[in-house]
Design a protein around this ligand. Structure first.
Ligand SMILES: *[C@@H]1O[C@H](CO)[C@@H](O)[C@H](O)[C@H]1NC(C)=O
Ligand SMILES: *[C@@H]1O[C@H](CO)[C@@H](O)[C@H](O)[C@H]1NC(C)=O
Length: 498
């Protein structure tokens, strides 16, 4: 009565064996930030459903027939929402949704074959606003309801800030510009945030990437009261705040960057790539940390080869092509674009078209080889359900220091000399390889989903603001960003009044 029956393919019998496994909708689990949409405001709200069988065990295959709906009232009657399902083929589904403007007396209904799942329906007491609305919440309250931890509990933030205990920008602004004023090779922007307004001034010839930080700060300003602060953001690939050398007497200077390295003091932010996919979740971006978890090819059906696609931004990538030619039954690797080693296209070509990440995950082993700096695809590879083989590197993103070799990925030497051995190891230890892959996805779910990317920014910004001892001032020549929003939670207030 309260359950449905379906078939499991038994891997032991090699035949489709119709056991009767029964889902218990009342025991099944539903959890995640998307169930608290009034407190946790994200571009797309999301939550998880895991099916539990009638003996209380987590099921490992999924029924695709969950039906989620959002009920409630908005200005034109019913709330308008957009709902999307991501089936991870491991017994769990990610559900994500957006709402238009706002929703009152909101109810989230989760059903399976017309029966309510877990505690469905979920009643939301407070009015729920879209992330597109301008409704900044108190920072400390926001950090609390989002479950963000203190900066001191994040090893990367603590490390990055350990040299910058008290920062007097009045004393170093000029030196920073003197040191990094190299318009041909360095691009950086000076941001000032004050009273929920954002200003910036950029230096250098190529400053297009400022759009990512502009979008990040404007999005955050809609949902949380930003602390007063200023910072310099490096728009280039390479970290700037070098250890030793010329700077020894005068630096190091605090520079925010998307990529850190063992030989620099840059303060790392989540990359523009993962941040954009967070801000544009269910929007402009197709690939993000949730959608990449859609699983079409189960582990056992993946081809047991190492896979790589990417541009020619590092010599090792070309060496990998050579290896793939020597061991075609082990590695499938190709270059998608020749730019850095254009004159070697003859040798390492032909160039192949880009393919989607979904196509990557037809292969069991994913090779993560540095590009100009860290390869910003690593978060997606960790989430995708294949084993990651990661080249050792002195470059890192904001989360690498929480990753453990042989727990979340398999390390490979910088010169790639052990790639073939590592692929052999993975083939011979399929259970271990699968375990590592599952641990990687768990890591992603606990560290790299949209909520965590928001938290990381705000935790860092809050502590950064605390450390500034010079007054935060808008300087001559700075341009104010116009915040974009489509509604506001203050009664009677519309765009023009803000
Ligand atoms: C910051 O530096 C400026 C310029 O060197 C100096 O005048 C000021 O007293 C410093 N502020 C603090 C709080 O140390
Ligand atoms: C390598 O991978 C691509 C993309 O999946 C595929 O089209 C191609 O046939 C593969 N090459 C070999 C030799 O298996």
């Amino acid at each position: 009565m309260f359950s449905v029956q379906y078939c499991v393919i038994s891997t032991f019998l090699l035949l489709s064996n119709c056991e009767k496994q029964v889902i218990d909708v009342t025991k099944s689990q539903v959890w995640g930030p998307g169930l608290k949409p009034a407190d946790i405001v994200l571009p797309a709200r999301y939550f998880f459903i895991h099916a539990i069988d009638n003996s209380g065990k987590k099921m490992s295959m999924t029924h695709k027939n969950y039906e989620v709906s959002i009920d409630g009232y908005s200005k034109d009657g019913k709330c308008r929402s957009n709902i999307n399902y991501i089936d991870r083929e491991d017994g769990s589904v990610i559900v994500r949704y957006t709402i238009v403007d706002w929703c009152e007396q909101m109810k989230i209904i989760v059903k399976h074959n017309s029966l309510h799942v877990a505690q469905s329906p979920y009643y939301i007491q407070k009015k729920v606003y879209s992330e597109r609305c301008y409704c900044p919440q108190d920072l400390d309250l926001w950090l609390l309801s989002n479950g963000c931890s203190d900066f001191s509990k994040d090893s990367q933030i603590s490390w990055d800030l350990h040299l910058f205990k008290r920062v007097n920008f009045s004393a170093i602004r000029e030196n920073i510009l003197k040191r990094y004023n190299a318009p041909e090779s360095i691009s950086l922007c000076h941001y000032v945030v004050k009273k929920q307004h954002i200003w910036r001034k950029c230096f250098g010839k190529y400053t297009g990437f400022k759009m990512f930080m502009d979008a990040t700060l404007s999005s955050l300003a809609r949902v949380v009261v930003l602390p007063e602060m200023e910072f310099y953001l490096n728009l280039g690939d390479w970290p700037l705040s070098r250890k030793g050398g010329q700077q020894r007497a005068s630096g190091p200077y605090p520079i925010f960057s998307w990529c850190g390295s063992d030989d620099s003091y840059d303060i790392t932010l989540p990359t523009y790539d993962i941040t954009e996919s967070t801000l544009e979740n269910m929007g402009r971006v197709m690939l993000d940390m949730l959608s990449v978890q859609q699983t079409d090819i189960p582990w056992d059906n993946k081809e047991e080869k190492g896979f790589f696609r990417g541009r020619d931004s590092r010599r090792e990538r070309l060496n990998l092509i050579e290896l793939a030619r020597k061991f075609p039954d082990m590695i499938n690797a190709s270059i998608t674009n020749f730019f850095f080693f254009r004159n070697e296209e003859q040798k390492y070509g032909p160039r192949v078209p880009h393919i989607s990440f979904m196509e990557f995950f037809r292969y069991k082993y994913q090779l993560n080889i540095d590009g100009a700096v860290a390869a910003y695809r690593l978060p997606y590879l960790l989430a995708g359900g294949s084993l990651v083989l990661k080249q050792e590197s002195h470059y890192y993103e904001h989360f690498y220091n929480k990753l453990l070799p042989y727990k979340h990925y398999v390390p490979i030497k910088r010169d790639l000399s052990d790639v073939i051995d590592k692929i052999r190891w993975a083939r011979d230890n399929d259970m271990r390889a699968k375990e590592i892959t599952l641990a990687a996805r768990k890591f992603v779910d606990e560290n790299l989903l949209p909520q965590h990317i928001y938290c990381y920014h705000m935790t860092l910004f809050k502590e950064w603001s605390n450390r500034l001892i010079s007054p935060v001032e808008v300087l001559p020549g700075m341009e104010e960003l116009s915040l974009s929003y489509s509604c506001s939670c203050k009664k009677g207030q519309n765009r023009d009044e803000l």
